[in-house]
Design a protein around this ligand. Structure first.
Ligand code: ADP
Ligand code: MG
Length: 323
């Protein structure tokens, strides 16, 4: 690549910023980071494809925010401290106005979490974004999916409903009023990664996952890796205001419990940790709700107020069967 190529121009113009916490950032063949003693390096990557993971008409600033937010959410789910990000960007054309807005969304969130963009790749093709994030977690202290034990409580941060209902509305599966759609779509486009909560849960939670594919589907991942079952009480689920207006319809309920793009943390903890977890709600100003219990066996069951199992359509977003 010569220094005059459009690719170099894109990198220099939009994606080269001073890298904090890094020995070497954008510009060389590799970035260099100095990993602290006694820490494990936490690494995760997520790809977003236009038309599959976001609507092609999404505002570029929102997309920049979301591409980083979903990766920060993975750091949160491990209890890790995010420091470094890599961005592999595939765009159909060089549109500086679009790139500037995308970079704004990305870097505004990066600044907020003190994450440095230290490298990436820029190519031409159908719009696709891959962000790799790296961070640190004290050796052995990461929140894994495999630590849930029978008798543990199951907790969920934030509220369910908005992101999934916004998607269901766009697909014509539910009908939201315009005001409800505008409120719900904010949560779809600008999720808040629960990074401080994840770190605070080290030593308290026995397992954790971020809800990206859907609550029931993601909790089932904890169950599978922990070799346990889970019972969720529908009555306890924290539902958003918009969600509450639709929970009584089968499509609404399904969107709430199986809808993806939530980016809240679902975690398990022994009942002795209840008070400490409730304190976190105050300290971090994040709603955290106890939604059920880990049990022996396997799979996730959702119970209604009458104690009977509720059947819901769909088990969450599946990348190979989703339409
Ligand atoms: P190489 O030829 O080694 O693949 P590139 O020419 O692709 O390197 O990239 C030059 C430098 O710019 C590298 O340091 C790379 O990490 C960085 N880079 C490329 N694209 C991006 C991007 N979209 N965001 C951030 N850094 C990027
Ligand atoms: Mg390259």
């Amino acid at each position: 690549m010569t220094q005059k190529s459009p690719e170099f121009d894109v990198i220099a113009r939009h994606f080269t910023r001073p890298a904090r916490n890094a020995v070497l950032g954008v510009g060389d063949d590799c970035a260099l980071v100095d990993v602290s003693n006694g820490m494990d390096l936490a690494v995760s990557t997520d790809t977003m494809v236009s038309g599959t993971h976001f609507f092609p008409d999404v505002d570029p600033e929102t997309l920049g925010h979301k591409a980083l937010a979903v990766n920060l959410s993975d750091m949160a789910a491990m209890g890790a401290m995010p420091y470094w990000a890599m961005l592999a960007l595939t765009v159909p054309e060089v549109n500086h106005e679009w790139l500037e807005k995308f970079a704004k969304g990305f870097f505004d969130l990066a600044e907020e979490f003190e994450v440095s963009l230290i490298g990436g790749d820029t190519t031409k093709g159908p719009l696709t974004l891959t962000v790799t994030i790296m961070g640190e977690v004290p050796a052995g202290a990461a929140l894994r999916r495999s630590g849930a034990r029978p008798g543990n409580d199951i907790w969920l941060s934030g509220h369910l409903g908005d992101a999934a209902l916004a998607v269901a509305h766009r697909r014509g599966q539910v009908k939201l009023s315009e005001a409800d759609y505008l409120e719900a779509v904010m949560r779809l486009y600008e999720p808040t990664p629960r990074v401080s909560l994840g770190q605070a849960l080290r030593g308290l939670a026995t397992s954790a996952i971020d809800v990206s594919d859907g609550l029931l589907a993601d909790l089932d991942h904890i169950c599978a890796l922990s070799k346990v079952g889970a019972t969720v009480e529908a009555e306890r689920l924290p539902i958003s205001e918009v969600g509450a207006r639709h929970i009584d319809t089968p499509q609404g309920l399904s969107a709430v419990v199986s809808g993806g793009d939530v980016y809240e943390l679902c975690f398990t903890a022994p009942s002795t940790a209840r008070e400490s977890i409730e304190d976190l709600t105050e300290v971090l100003r994040i709603p955290i709700t106890r939604i059920g219990q880990v049990r022996k066996g396997k799979g996730v069951s959702l119970l209604g107020a009458d104690g009977k199992p509720i059947k819901v359509d769909g088990r969450g977003f599946d990348h190979f069967t989703a339409t």
